[in-house]
Every structure is written in C-alpha cells, then in structure tokens.
Design a protein around this ligand. Structure first.
Ligand code: SF4
Ligand code: SF4
Ligand code: FES
Length: 237
C-alpha cells in the first residue's frame, strides 16, 4: 500500500497545513494517523483524545472537510486517493494545531439549561420509567450524545450567529424536556425560546447527517419549536 499523504493544520487561528507521509495499515483510524505523526514525525503536534472507543467525545476533528470522530473513522474510508487533510473543528477557537477550545460549546449547554433537575432525593425510591413507554423512547433518542461537537462544527447557523445555542445544547434541552422525571420544563423552554434558541435553526440537517451517534438534533429542535409555541399559546412563556 502506498503511504498516506496527510496535510495537518499547524498553528492557531493563523497557521498553515504541513504534509507528512504516513504508512498505511489495516483498520487504521484517522486518530491512529495523527498519533503516528506525533510519535514519529512531529512531536510538538497537539491533538486531543481520551477513550479511543467512541465514548468520550474528545477526538473530533475536520477530516477532508467534514467533522468526524477520528477514533472511529477509518482512514481508508475517508481518504481521497491517498490524501487526508486534518484540521481542527470549525466554529471554535483554535488553541493549537488540532485542539479547539470547547468552553463556548459547553457554556451553551448550561445556557440551554442542560442540567437535569429532579424532585427526588437520595432517600426516595428510584423513579421507574418503562423502557417501552413513548416518553422514555422520545428521551432515549437523544440521550447518547457524547458532546463531541461534530454537529456544532457542521452547523452553518453557528457560523452566522455565534450566539446560537447550536444542535448539541438544544438536543440536550429536548432530552431533558422529554424526561418525565425532570421538573424544569418552563425554565428550559424559556432558555431555548429566544433569538439564539431553537427558532434560529434553519433545518439544514448537517448536524443530523454527521452525528456519529446517529442522533437527530434536527428532530429534537423541531420538538422544542413545537413545545415553545405550545407554551406561548398557553401563556406559560
Ligand atoms: S438542522 Fe439546525 S442545528 Fe442542525 S445543522 Fe441545520 S441549522 Fe444547525
Ligand atoms: S449530538 Fe451527536 S454530533 Fe452533536 S455533540 Fe452529541 S454526539 Fe456529537
Ligand atoms: S477518543 Fe473518545 S470518542 Fe474518540
């Protein structure tokens, strides 16, 4: 197999792509490619990962123009010929090389009231929500989000409107809204009802197309739009 020609972003907001030759091997992931470069060719290359098995959400990068989780993306499947271009995620400040500052991304989860609020204490019995109930299934649809930022990086509205809460935070708000144990419904709807909230989504679907966990933030956001409208009509907002 010919070596991969890998262009990697070096620098901060300003910088340049530098090209490295990386030997190919079976089942090689994009994260393996970046790791090879750092261990063998460019020890100062900065990148982020933790679990390597698709759970932590820390390894997302832009690969040949699309945001992807690199630990579960096979290089051979996304290379154009033998060429790979690896850049940091879009719409987030670059700290160095492939590492972005996720602060704003997670701050928006907090702004969207992304923390569960229940009324039970540790002295109460467990809440039992039947796995086959419609509400449970609705909440389950978005709950496996790993906070990777792929959807946020893919969303054009985030580029136009930096205050837009974005698909991940809104998906989280919807997941809590559909959780029968949560008691912060009206506060949560108020948090996502403004100009930077669910109504700013243009339903472009890029988030849903690229989410590695096959979550559909577009559907969650549509649910929020309906819920906000319903709450306005009832005079709750
Ligand atoms: S569907 Fe909405 S949130 Fe998702 S990428 Fe498009 S505009 Fe962004
Ligand atoms: S919704 Fe999907 S793409 Fe967005 S942060 Fe969660 S797991 Fe990543
Ligand atoms: S390293 Fe954890 S999801 Fe990729």
């Amino acid at each position: 197999m010919d070596a991969l020609r890998v262009s990697v972003w070096r620098g901060k907001e300003s910088g340049e792509f530098r090209t490295y030759e990386v030997p190919q091997f079976a089942s090689q992931t994009v994260l393996d490619v970046v790791t090879y470069i750092q261990r063998n060719l460019e020890p100062t290359l900065s990148y982020r990962f933790a679990c390597r098995v698709g759970m932590c959400g820390s390894c997302a990068m832009t690969v040949n123009g699309k945001a992807r989780w690199t630990c579960r993306t096979h290089a051979a499947k996304v290379a154009a010929g033998n060429a790979l271009e690896i850049a940091p995620l879009n719409h987030l400040p670059v700290i160095k090389d492939l590492v972005t500052d996720m602060t704003r991304f997670f701050d928006k989860w907090a702004q969207a009231q992304g923390q569960f609020r229940g009324e039970r204490t540790r002295k109460d019995d467990f809440a039992r929500v039947k796995p086959d109930s419609a509400q449970r299934q609705q909440a389950d649809a978005g709950i496996e989000c790993i906070g990777c930022g792929v959807c946020y990086s893919a969303c054009d509205v985030v580029a136009w409107n930096p205050d837009y809460l974005g698909p991940a935070a809104l998906n989280r708000a919807w997941t809590l809204l559909t959780d029968v144990r949560d008691i912060a419904r009206v506060e949560r709807l108020a948090a996502v009802a403004g100009d930077a909230g669910c109504h700013a989504c243009h339903t472009h679907m890029s988030c849903t197309e690229l989410c590695p966990k096959h979550i559909a933030p577009t559907a969650s956001i549509a649910g929020l739009k309906r819920a906000v409208t319903g709450a306005v009509l009832k005079g709750e907002l």
